[in-house]
Design a protein around this ligand. Structure first.
Ligand SMILES: Cc1cc2nc3c(=O)[nH]c(=O)nc-3n(C[C@H](O)[C@H](O)[C@H](O)COP(=O)(O)OP(=O)(O)OC[C@H]3O[C@@H](n4cnc5c(N)ncnc54)[C@H](O)[C@@H]3O)c2cc1C
Length: 329
């Protein structure tokens, strides 16, 4: 069965990038002796194709999306487009010249397609042989060899690894590629996640108010009270490692030595003992308020205000009083 490689032909300000054209040419030259290998190039945005005419090693297929939305680089839009085309063409590998743009774009695409990314590859020939990527390591003193672990793989290839174009005479066969916005929603689940993230809470590392919970919260459901409190205070929810390990909260909310370091103006610690590992993440906090049933909990040694009691009784009261207070304002 024929294998399809998608090649992203990069343009900037309508001019095809030299490194990109060189790599496409090399891919075409290598694939022309490999009948089971098909190379399809994708060009997004308006560009002057004269640079390609009469200068290719073989008549390369070029899908051209001329919609002006793609004239300028936009990471999400470009990634969605490449993902859609890769799906449509059933491409098993996607190639980029290793440039500043591809270094930003390829990790996004790799996540979107759940595909291995092998960047900074130094030998196109090696990739064509067995899919393995050679990379210079330790400032070029060692050559590493990497095999992709997924069915679909992405490669960014250094321009220095391709020979300058010889005097070729072929031109691309251009297929206009219609842009359809509906197709752009490549991963619906991912989009939903993105939207809920945008609407939802702030990142714990950036919020000026953080309401965090520990093992003393007792359950994932009890964190609902902290979410409510965080909304009232315009802040974010955080958690201790115990709460994260219990599966009550995601790791992105963990505060401390192996989580995030935070520096909010107000930090509210609920059912948190105050271990050194947790303290490590809150040393930059302004005012610290602690709610704990144990009056001897270490957290009280750091807190500016403390409430001794059961969080399940204290928090509903606190939320109620705060709502009243905010309504009066
Ligand atoms: C290498 C290493 C890295 C670590 N990194 C981190 C890290 O990044 N972040 C982190 O947080 N931890 C980290 N830890 C774990 C850390 O040592 C503590 O185990 C953890 O911080 C304790 O979490 P906790 O306060 O939720 O739980 P606990 O220590 O069990 O404390 C629970 C507290 O809740 C109180 N409580 C119980 N019930 C109630 C109630 N109903 N109402 C009110 N209070 C109640 C208790 O009195 C107690 O003080 C790390 C540990 C190691 C070894």
């Amino acid at each position: 069965m024929k294998q399809t490689a998608l090649f992203f032909l990069e343009q900037r300000e309508g001019v095809i990038r030299k490194a990109s054209l060189q790599l496409w040419n090399r891919l075409l030259a290598l694939s022309s002796s490999e009948p089971s290998f098909r190379v399809v190039a994708l060009l997004a945005g308006a560009a002057n194709l004269d640079a390609c005419n009469g200068r290719l090693a073989a008549h390369g297929e070029l899908l051209h999306v001329s919609n002006e939305l793609f004239n300028r680089y936009h990471p999400e839009r470009y990634a969605q487009l490449i993902a859609s085309v890769a799906d449509r063409e059933a491409a098993t590998s996607i190639f980029f010249a290793d440039t500043t743009l591809s270094r930003e774009l390829s990790p996004k695409l790799s996540l979107m397609l759940h595909a291995s990314l092998l960047s900074g590859c130094t030998s196109l020939e090696r990739i064509m042989q067995d899919g393995a990527a050679s990379r210079a390591l330790y400032a070029g003193t060692v050559q590493g060899s990497f095999m992709p672990l997924t069915e679909r793989h992405l490669y960014t290839v250094l321009a220095s690894s391709t020979l300058p174009s010889a005097a070729y005479s072929c031109s691309p066969i251009i297929h206009p590629f219609p842009y359809n916005e509906v197709e752009m929603v490549h991963d619906f689940g991912m989009l939903l996640k993105l939207l809920t993230m945008r609407q939802g809470a702030l990142d714990v590392a950036e919020a000026s108010v953080v309401v965090a919970g520990g093992r003393g919260m007792g359950s994932a459901e009890a964190f609902g009270m902290l979410e409510e409190l965080a909304v009232l205070l315009g802040g974010a929810v955080g958690a201790t490692r115990q709460a994260v390990d219990a599966g009550w909260r995601p790791h992105s909310e963990q505060i401390g030595q192996t989580g995030k370091s935070i520096a909010p103006a107000l930090y509210v610690a609920c059912g948190i003992s105050g271990s050194p590992q947790h303290f490590a993440g809150i040393s930059g906090a302004g005012t610290i308020v602690a709610l704990n049933s144990d009056p001897h909990a270490p957290i009280f040694s750091l807190a500016h205000y403390g409430l001794v009691g059961d969080v399940h009784q204290l928090l509903p009261k606190l939320i109620f009083l705060l709502q009243e207070c905010l309504q009066k304002k």
